[in-house]
Design a protein around this ligand. Sequence first.
Ligand code: FES
Length: 115
Amino acid sequence: MSEAMEDWTPSGVAGADLVDGKPVRATIGAIDVFLCRLGDRLFALDNRCNHMGGPLHRGVVKGGPQPTVTCPVHGSIFWLADGRLIRGPASRPQPAYEIRVNGGMIEVRSSPRPT
Ligand code: FES
């Protein structure tokens, strides 16, 4: 993970502004965070692909029981729920964050890496 956010941290993005299936980038301190809504589910990952820094908010999001994002640069695929790597060329999971709406605003905090 590029930087820990042990406590809930405001993203500056209103929950109502997150359009279904249209991810956005939020800059929180030094971290670019990918935020995405799919129905009533919310997801947050590091926005810079761990392969070569591709902007995941510009990637393709697919829904279903295990929603994914495909990096727009070289096509790595990550699970939105926990950043698990589904397909390379990336070779490790994408850092994922817990996400909630508090007072109408999206907040994120660090979550454990998948094992
Ligand atoms: S930068 Fe994302 S797969 Fe290469």
